[in-house]
Design a protein around this ligand. Structure first.
Ligand SMILES: C[S@@+](CC[C@H](N)C(=O)[O-])C[C@H]1O[C@@H](n2cnc3c(N)ncnc32)[C@H](O)[C@@H]1O
Length: 248
């Protein structure tokens, strides 16, 4: 049994933040401030596993450093806020927000996909908006023989993804401007609002028989080949492009 299940949310987060602040304040009486800061930050990161999902883990880990930054920022000059905003814009350029911010594919979200959508050895598979590479890792677990590609608009994320997934070809590109025609499968974990655009692009560019796999969000106007309903688990929508109609 996970220790986190002993407490109702958000109790684990509150306890971890309290302990992190105590760690920060107590040694501060006789040790340099940075030691307490490091200790509090480390505790938050180590205790993040108490959260049952990605958001909770993030909240547990980031509570102490974020509250510290907010307090500390009161004494910051105005230009440093611009610097912080600049850094944020670097990690999250605006058009990446318009589609979907970073939210990684959970490890087992694509379990069983290879049986539902089999691919020949060496098939090219694209994670459109690959973030830090969690989707690519889940795809690799399903298709170890595939050639995996990732496109990501944020260049720091693109860079980190390339480091985490050295077996994949990761490029910085806009998924809507990139050509999808060479891929046997396109994997999407974006936003519901982007699904119409994705459906049009898939139908226009992908070859007959190619697959589109979307985590959580349905593509309007396309008949799914297979669908795993949420909630409880992430919903998965699997589409197969029909043969081209030659009679027209
Ligand atoms: C929900 S995350 C999914 C990340 C990854 N596919 C995964 O499943 O772990 C969406 C990602 O798409 C990226 N993104 C959003 N719009 C994009 C665009 N137009 N071109 C390229 N990447 C984009 C975001 O920066 C973010 O990293």
């Amino acid at each position: 049994m996970k220790l986190g299940t002993l407490f109702f949310w958000p109790l684990p987060a509150l306890l971890v933040w309290l302990c992190a602040w105590s760690l920060y304040l107590l040694p501060g009486l006789w040790l340099p401030e940075w030691v307490g800061l490091l200790a509090g930050g480390l505790l938050g990161s180590l205790a993040a596993g108490l959260g049952h999902n990605w958001w909770r883990r993030l909240l547990i880990a980031s509570g102490f450093p974020l509250s510290w930054i907010v307090l500390w920022a009161g004494s910051l000059p105005t230009w440093s806020w611009l610097l912080l905003l600049g850094l944020l814009a670097l990690v999250y350029p605006l058009n990446a927000w318009r589609d979907a911010p970073l939210y990684p594919t959970p490890q087992n979200a694509l379990e069983g996909l290879a049986q539902i959508a089999p691919l020949p050895e060496g098939a090219a598979v694209l994670d459109a908006g690959c973030g830090l590479g969690h989707g690519l890792q889940a795809l690799r677990a399903q298709y170890p023989q595939a050639r995996l590609h990732g496109l990501e608009w944020s260049w720091p994320l693109r860079w980190m993804c390339a480091v985490r997934c050295p077996w994949a070809q990761v490029r910085r590109a806009d998924i809507w401007l990139a050509d999808w025609s060479g891929y046997a499968m396109v994997y999407l974990f974006q936003r519901p609002e982007s699904m119409g655009r994705a459906a049009v692009k898939a139908v226009t560019e992908l070859a007959p028989g190619a697959w589109v796999v979307s985590l959580d969000f349905q593509l309007p106007g396309l008949e799914p080949h297979w669908h795993r309903p949420g909630p409880g688990r992430h919903g998965l929508w699997v589409y197969r492009l029909p043969p081209k109609d030659c009679s027209a």
